[in-house]
Design a protein around this ligand. Structure first.
Ligand code: ADP
Length: 382
């Protein structure tokens, strides 16, 4: 009997030990599982955060291989960049120098750089040394690429604009200077007729400079106000009548007939003076760039909520490739001809901005030797 109790005791303690060991094992497994889950959660959290950032972010390991790229970087360089050496993505010498620098000195660094593939990009690369590396690495390098391509374009536009204005002003100024020299001490000093000729040229050039400055100031004012939509109720018929009569002398001098077919009331949302400026520029161009004994027709088509006014001339026409460019500042199809007739190259740029301000649309059709059609679509005042 004692032996039976003894054997039962041994069996019970074995079973209890086994149960204890099993429980212990189980709790250890759960702890490990939690750790893995925590790591996963941490990865998801910081990766989600980095994916929200518009800058392209890549993380490199000690071998300069990409171990992580956020969505912006994957979109720019493609999914295959992960696990590749950084130099297969960006080879720019400034960037390569900066990367080598940070691996040697462990100090954060910023550098301007550019890449041309898959498309051109100018960027500022902020490169950080991270002591506790990602994914259990000893250290990591984080590269944040800030895209400055658009800013660079704006800077270029600005400097092109300054260069253009300087050039446009310098040309008439040089003529004026030459005129003064010729009549004060040059060959025309004692020649009355020659003197008058030079004074006329100087007056012309002064007017050109004056017109250029007026147009530049107008353009800059319109650009500042472009977001403010004018809201008056304007009869477009009155606008077109005023434009036709203001340009009557100019058109008659060139024996060009302006036929304004807009005789009905037609109310648009806008600003009277600005609408006059739009159509004055378009009709004046139609006169300037047409031969004598031709016609200019002004017509309108009304829809439920807008009206399109068409100005059609029988002039020189515009080459197809130049049509999209005529609204650019200082663009002229024939610069010499435009300057000779007093053009500043800013008229259609002003027209385009004024139409935008009216929330309208501008469209041009043209054929060399046959003439041009200028369409201005404006919202109706219902
Ligand atoms: P510009 O002061 O030179 O007339 P614009 O901005 O008004 O400047 O026009 C730009 C260019 O577009 C002109 O130089 C001319 O080459 C072309 N252009 C404008 N209107 C016409 C037109 N009706 N027919 C032919 N060419 C035109």
């Amino acid at each position: 009997m004692e032996i039976i109790f003894f054997i039962a005791g041994v069996i019970t303690s074995i079973v209890l030990t086994l149960l204890f060991l099993k429980k212990n094992n189980q709790s250890k497994k759960t702890f490990l599982d939690n750790e893995v889950n925590n790591d996963k959660n941490k990865y998801v959290t910081w990766s989600n955060a980095l994916n929200l950032i518009k800058d392209q972010i890549i993380i490199l390991n000690k071998n300069k291989v990409v171990i992580y790229a956020n969505t912006a970087a994957l979109t720019r360089f493609g999914n295959s960049i992960v696990s590749t050496h950084y130099a297969s993505i960006i080879r720019d010498s400034n960037f390569v120098k900066a990367i080598n620098n940070i691996y040697n000195n462990k100090k954060n660094i910023s550098v301007n750089s550019e890449i041309s593939l898959p498309t051109y990009q100018f960027f500022k690369a902020n490169i950080y040394y991270i002591e506790q590396g990602f994914f259990d690495e000893n250290f990591s390098i984080m590269v944040v690429l800030q895209d400055l391509t658009e800013l660079l374009k704006i800077e270029k536009l600005k400097s092109d604009f300054v260069a253009n204005v300087s050039h446009e002003l310098r040309t008439p100024l040089q003529s004026i200077k030459l005129g003064f020299e010729t009549i004060s001490s040059g060959p025309a000093k004692d020649d009355k007729e020659a003197k008058k000729k030079f004074i006329d040229i100087m007056l012309n050039e002064t007017n050109r400079m004056d017109q250029l400055i007026t147009d530049l100031l107008t353009l800059s004012k319109i650009e500042q106000e472009e977001h403010k939509r004018p809201g008056d109720k304007i009869n477009i018929r009155d606008v077109l009548n005023s434009v036709s009569s203001n340009l009557q002398t100019l058109s008659e001098n060139k024996k060009i007939n302006i036929l304004n077919h807009v005789t009905e009331n037609c109310f648009v949302i806008g600003d009277y003076n600005k609408l006059v400026e739009i159509f004055y520029n378009i009709v004046q161009n139609a006169i300037k760039y047409s031969n004598s004994n031709t016609q200019i027709n002004i017509t309108q088509f009304k829809n439920t909520d807008n009206v399109t006014i068409k100005v059609k001339d029988e002039g020189y026409g515009i080459p197809k490739t130049s049509i999209p460019r005529v609204t650019e500042r200082f663009f002229r199809v024939d610069p010499e001809h435009s300057k000779k007739i007093g053009g500043t190259g800013l008229g259609l740029a002003i027209v385009k901005h004024l139409i935008n301000q009216h929330r309208g649309e501008f469209h041009i059709e043209s054929e060399i030797g046959k003439g041009s059609e200028f369409f201005v679509k404006l919202p109706l005042h219902n």
